[in-house]
Design a protein around this ligand. Structure first.
Ligand code: ATP
Ligand code: MG
Length: 417
């Protein structure tokens, strides 16, 4: 038997229902917030991720699926969505007068990680990117939107962690202070962090190994190394979040695992127990330099990405996940009735009624059971005798009342019920 690759999974039955529910919510939420759908390739040139996500981040050093195609092109399965959207923004010259561009995506991402609860090698991210606005109101919108979407889905205890990474100059000042503070403790840090100390000291704050150590708990606060402009911008973001009823908490240690972030960074954390260590369901931040780094015009941007598998996992705590019921089930016995069933089912479906009928040779008795299993509220009982008189029997599967309806009026009769 051939089995699925490690770290991948099939979405079916209850999981599929949850995913469909989330996808519907995503679509209409994005419509109301005026975000346009964008789809970019699942693989891109390897260089794109090295230049954006960052050479020294875990994602690029340990987690990417890199491969060469048959013409020796160096390609990578996308580990995240922002790089592709920004590449597309520049390549399609989306900049110009219609700023900001508010975009959303929803698709699979690939990271070579150790699979576990809420952690897969193929996983799905829904995310938004706003390109071309530096207004703190947009920061607040991009945080508030997923936050309120999760509340609508049924999440209860949500917490938004937010921090300000400031400008590049702010971070340079902070890096000096951070390195000075960490210097005497270097030997107590993990091997990765020792390397990060030279290559990318900010990454140390994001370390999964050292994260909870007292050394890291007492690092200087990044918020103390920022310009006045940067500080007041952050205050404005928090003020707007208050107005939008977002329950947040400033976390001075939050840096996020990607290199391109500046100013606002945030995570939305759920306290649902089923999530265990995978409690971050969405995360994002501002990336004002990325478009320029990739060769486009200077464009301030912000976005977030949400891991749908984690949302689905958490939904187990508050979702029933019953199979979606159909409106109508048609029962028949002989070939004449079957042809009528086929035609009637098609007419009803085209009229917006969900209908099904048996295609496995079930007895009449088991067709009734099948109708119940599908949650059908209405039964259409076809029999040749009725049909010859131009009549069709409709049975209310809840009250068990039956009625004979004129064949020519059956569609209207059912649609209007
Ligand atoms: P973590 O700290 O859990 O590794 P991350 O910082 O790598 O997360 P991001 O790159 O910010 O995550 O991705 C945003 C969201 O995507 C995460 O908050 C999470 O919900 C989801 N996500 C990330 N990696 C995975 C994965 N391997 N499997 C499932 N979901 C994931
Ligand atoms: Mg990760």
């Amino acid at each position: 038997m051939i089995t699925k690759p490690k770290g991948t999974y099939d979405v079916l039955d209850k999981e599929a229902l949850k995913l469909q529910k989330i996808n519907r919510l995503i679509e209409y939420t994005c419509e109301f917030y005026n975000y346009d759908y964008i789809r970019t390739p699942i693989f891109e040139s390897r260089e794109l991720f090295h230049r954006t996500v960052g050479e020294t981040t875990d994602i690029v050093t340990k987690e990417t699926y890199d491969f060469k195609d048959r013409s020796d092109r160096e390609l990578t399965l996308r580990p995240e969505g922002t790089a592709g959207v920004v590449r597309s923004f520049i390549e399609n010259k989306m900049y110009g007068s219609n700023m900001p561009r508010k975009l959303y995506y929803n698709g699979t991402m690939y990271r070579y990680e150790r699979p576990g609860n809420g952690r897969n090698r193929e996983f799905t991210q829904f995310g938004v990117e706003v390109l071309g606005s530096n207004d703190p109101a947009i920061d607040a919108e991009v945080i508030s939107m997923p936050y309120h979407m999760f509340l609508e889905l049924g999440f209860k205890d949500l917490n938004v962690k937010i921090n300000n990474l400031g400008s590049k100059e702010d971070r340079e000042k902070y890096k000096v202070a951070l390195k000075e503070y960490l210097k005497p403790h270097l030997n107590d840090l993990c091997e990765d962090c020792k390397k990060r100390y030279e290559t990318n000291p900010l990454r140390i704050l994001d370390c999964k190994v050292d994260g909870d150590s007292t050394i890291l708990k007492n690092v200087p606060s990044i918020l103390d190394y920022q310009s006045e402009e940067s500080t007041s911008r952050f205050k404005k973001v928090l003020e707007y979040l208050n107005f939008l009823d977002v329950d947040y908490e400033v976390d001075e240690h939050l840096v996020r695992g990607l290199d391109y972030y500046d100013y606002t960074v945030f995570e939305i954390v759920s306290s649902e127990e089923v999530l265990g260590g995978a409690s971050t369901i969405a995360a994002g931040g501002r990336y004002n330099d990325l478009v320029e780094t990739l060769g486009g015009p200077s464009t301030p941007c912000i976005g977030f990405a949400c891991g749908l598998e984690r949302v689905m996992l958490a939904m187990d705590a508050f979702e029933e996940n019953k199979k979606r019921p159909i409106d109508c089930y048609i029962l028949y016995v002989n070939e004449e009735e079957k042809i009528k069933a086929l035609m009637l089912a098609q007419d009803l479906r085209l009229s917006g009624v969900s209908v099904d009928y048996d295609t496995t040779g079930r007895s009449l008795k088991s067709q009734f059971k099948e109708a119940d299993r599908n949650g059908a509220e209405l039964l259409i009982l076809l029999n040749s005798e009725d049909l010859q008189k131009g009549l069709i029997t409709v049975k209310d599967n809840v009250t068990k009342e039956e009625e004979k309806v004129d064949e020519n009026e059956i569609i209207d009769y059912i649609v209007s019920r």
